[in-house]
Write a protein that binds this ligand. Structure first.
Ligand code: CTP
Length: 424
């Protein structure tokens, strides 16, 4: 019996895939199809599959051409599979010509001509043309524009005040302007992705959320960290009980610009420390411990009273069975790490934790320590854009940053804005 194996993503299964599978099957007697997992695809730069692994497997199964379906999860798996399954022929489309010659050592390699004129990328791009208007300027907008280029079917462009020719807006202007801009955008029927905080008071936030619901539009927080793979796996590990019960979450986010001594006009155009870093710093606290804290104490060093501009702020939370602290600063520097303390061990994320591809689980007995590595593209912004585009398409908000968390975060910032803090 001649065993043939082929691999692919098979997103939105199309005629080109079916033709390939038919010819692959005809090369032998038994066809094994390796369908790539989402995580593996990410490491290969394929970030926006429309269908889940299960849906893609079901589609391949439905062709009736595969005698066996396996999941491809890691680099180097092909050699393992070929040996393990006793494969005689490895085949893929001609777009891969030469790339798999190294497998000749283990079995015969056949490149089949690719079917012209059809690909999953093209179908995705046609299905979803989302034009995002950019509101704001500076580094973060430049990064966002750069990252949209990696996402099929999403395009960014400058946005006029009337939001003409755009389906959605990305808001990265000064937080003082968010409420007005978002309200206008929602009234104009545009979806909104906004750098957190979405508003500066809970009342305004609730009003905007209600408006987005009424108009059937997505209003989502852009906190790139929330969308990164390492960060979301860290939440899972922390909640799994590996480190026991969580007793403390401590996060630090600093960037040394926007400091003391700057002219009022310069500072006024910048976000203060709590707006710039607060939403990121409190995110793991609320996502791990919930939002029902018993007390919240804000201690701050104000560097410009008129603008209520903090150079350094520490927020201390007390929960029922845990404590947490967030340190944010634009005029002070510290190690930007995240530590989740548990009764059995702790999770350590080195600086800058908010754009990490790596974390460690550490124990008293160091031999039990474990390191976790993940793919991170575009600091998470790329995944944020994919998630936003999916939310717009499905009309269902993704849950990377829960509404409750946005609201509580804004609540903390509002406390600060109302001067409910201790000054040092
Ligand atoms: N394939 C093919 N003809 C096409 C498209 C794909 O023969 N028109 C083959 C590929 O060469 C590969 C298999 O089908 O062997 C699975 O390819 P996959 O990467 O899943 O499909 P694409 O449509 O190329 O996906 P994308 O556009 O995301 O790269």
């Amino acid at each position: 019996m001649i065993k043939v194996i082929t691999y692919g993503t098979y997103d939105l299964l199309h005629f080109g895939h079916i033709r390939l599978l038919e010819r692959a099957k005809a090369l032998g007697d038994y066809l094994i199809v390796g369908v790539t997992s989402d995580d593996y695809d990410k490491t290969r730069g394929k970030i926006n599959n429309q269908q889940s692994l299960m849906e893609r497997i079901a589609a391949v199964k439905a062709t009736g051409l595969a005698d066996e379906i396996i999941v491809e999860e890691y680099e180097g798996q092909k050699i393992d599979d070929i040996r393990r399954l006793g494969v005689d022929i490895f085949t893929v489309g001609s777009d891969w010509i030469g790339k798999f010659d190294y497998l000749n050592e283990f079995c015969k390699v056949v490149y089949l001509p690719r079917t012209e004129g059809v690909s999953s990328s093209e179908i995705r791009a046609e299905k979803r043309k989302l034009v995002i208007g950019i509101i704001g300027e500076g580094n973060i907008c430049d990064k966002f524009i750069r990252e949209t280029k990696f996402v099929n079917g999403v395009e960014s462009r400058d946005c006029g005040p009337d939001f003409k020719d755009v389906d959605a807006v990305y808001v990265a202007s000064h937080p003082n302007t968010h409420y007005d801009v978002i309200k206008k955008a929602l009234n104009a029927g545009k979806h909104v992705l906004c750098e957190s905080p979405i508003a500066l008071s809970v009342e305004e936030y609730k009003e905007l959320m209600a408006l987005s619901h009424e108009n059937g539009l997505i209003l989502a927080d852009a906190i790139k960290t929330a969308y990164s793979t390492a960060y979301s796996r860290l939440l899972v590990v922390a909640k799994s009980g590996r480190i026991g019960d969580i007793v403390s979450v401590d996060s630090v986010c600093t960037s040394l610009h926007g400091g003391a001594g700057e002219a009022n006009a310069d500072l006024a155009s910048k976000q203060n420390s709590i707006c710039e870093w607060g939403p990121t710093a409190v995110l793991p606290i609320f996502q791990l411990l919930g939002t029902q804290y018993k007390s919240c104490r804000i201690t701050t060093k104000i560097i410009n009273k008129e603008l209520n501009y903090d150079g350094f702020t520490k927020i201390d939370f007390v929960f029922d069975k845990a404590v947490a602290s967030a340190k944010v600063a634009k005029a002070a520097k510290a190690e930007g790490e995240l530590i989740v303390t548990g009764t059995k061990g702790y999770i350590y994320v080195p600086a800058p934790w908010w754009k990490t591809d790596y974390f460690e689980v550490r124990f008293e007995d160091q031999s039990e320590n474990k390191r976790y590595f993940y793919q991170l593209d575009g600091e998470g912004i790329r995944y944020e854009i994919v998630a936003f585009a999916r939310a717009v398409e499905s009309k269902m908000k993704n849950l990377y940053v829960e509404d409750e968390i946005s609201e509580k975060t804004i609540g903390v910032i509002e406390e600060f804005n109302n001067h409910r803090y201790v000054e040092i």
